[in-house]
Design a protein around this ligand. Structure first.
Ligand SMILES: *Cc1c(COP(=O)(O)O)cnc(C)c1O
Length: 356
């Protein structure tokens, strides 16, 4: 068997042990004579998977008792509309626009209310996180995308807001410690740091679980899934099962605290190498750098294309940057091993020598 290093921004790598455990149990889950793919979501076996998944997320993220966790479908993108539909009361919300996903969320929200851009870093192609914000205290919420997957930036310090802070953490959930009590709502599509695509984790402070706007569809209403332990309709059972296995794996390997140390080490190796090179460049403001997504360029777009082609031939897959940025991007989520960084650096050195 030959496994590659996959630097895709998502779906991304999962630990081999997790894949192998799912493989062992695939046809006959724990002696029940069928696969999790075939199992009723009302069965006692599935109920145990659902509950263990929810309680592991709660434990690993240290989610306080006054918050609910739900598992929903539609990816991170569906929450772009679910957020205003659940939270708008006065009709006002403030958005901090730090990249493509924040902008998409803003564009959904403006359909439903008076939405104000409290800060934007688009003037410098989203290479930094704004430090001052024009916030309205009477808005229903303030929205951020905490880690900007495409541009490789992240908030290292949260904005101070008078109203609930809503954060898209699709690409940094479980990668570093977070104080959940500082947020009103957190959400993340699974396919970057949690498990396979198909499931989205939403964490909501209980006082924000309401009927929402009168036009809020039942399926987008967080209350619907909160009231039904995420079993209102058929969930993506297999994705949730894989997520549960991945959460067990993370817990067995020291949880988020240990994972953060590894992530800081991995990102540090790569940024140090890039910073000390006169061939590769990372254009992001240093203090705002992401631990998960590392964009970089070589001296020319032609060399970038050559780098991507050579990398792919050598087992470093999906390292092409997003079309909005160009160049390369190494997404180095939790499951990327340290060797995926050190081997990549060796490859980068060789490429530089051959093309300088
Ligand atoms: C990938 C991503 C999304 C979109 O997620 P989908 O599950 O594909 O809808 C949203 N926000 C961020 C920060 C992301 O990285």
């Amino acid at each position: 068997m030959s496994r590659v290093y996959n630097y895709s921004a998502g779906p991304s790598m999962l630990p081999l042990e997790v894949l192998e455990e799912a493989q062992r149990d695939f046809v006959d889950y724990q002696g029940c004579g069928m696969s999790v793919c075939e199992m009723s979501h009302r069965s006692k076996q599935y109920d145990a998977i659902n509950n263990e998944c929810l309680s592991l997320i709660r434990e690993l993220m240290n989610v306080p008792d006054n918050y609910s966790i739900i598992l929903v479908q539609g990816g991170g993108s569906t929450q772009f509309e679910a957020v205003p539909l659940n939270l708008l009361k006065t009709g006002k919300a403030d958005y901090i626009v730090t990249g493509n996903f924040a902008k998409k969320a803003y564009k959904e929200a403006i359909k439903y209310g008076d939405i104000h851009v409290a800060a934007s870093s688009e003037d410098k192609t989203f290479t930094y996180i704004p430090k001052t914000f024009d916030l309205r205290d009477d808005a229903d919420y303030t929205y951020i995308c905490q880690n900007n997957t495409i541009f490789g930036t992240r908030f290292t310090k949260l904005p101070e807001t008078k109203n609930p802070l809503v954060a898209d953490i699709s690409s940094n959930i479980l990668s570093e410690k977070m104080d959940v009590s500082k947020y009103g709502v957190l959400f993340a599509g699974a396919q970057k740091n949690i498990g396979p695509a198909g499931v989205t984790v939403v964490i909501v402070r209980n006082d924000l679980i309401t009927d929402g706007m009168p036009i809020c569809p039942t399926m987008l209403k967080w209350k619907t899934q909160v009231d039904n332990n995420s079993l209102y309709n058929t969930p993506p059972c297999f994705s949730i099962y894989m997520t549960m296995l991945n959460m067990r794996y993370l817990k067995a390997h020291g949880g988020v605290e240990e994972q953060q140390k590894i992530n800081e080490y991995k990102a540090g190796l790569l940024y140090d190498f890039i910073d000390n090179s006169d061939f590769y460049t990372n254009k992001v403001n240093k203090e705002d750098r992401s631990l998960m997504n590392v964009p970089f360029v070589s001296p020319t777009p032609e060399l970038d294309a050559e780098f991507i082609a050579q990398a792919s031939k050598n087992g470093f897959l999906s390292i092409k940057g997003h079309r909005l940025v160009g160049g390369m991007r190494a997404s180095i989520y939790n499951a990327m091993p340290v060797s995926g960084i050190t081997d990549l650096i060796e490859f980068m050195k060789k490429f530089e020598l051959a093309h300088k």
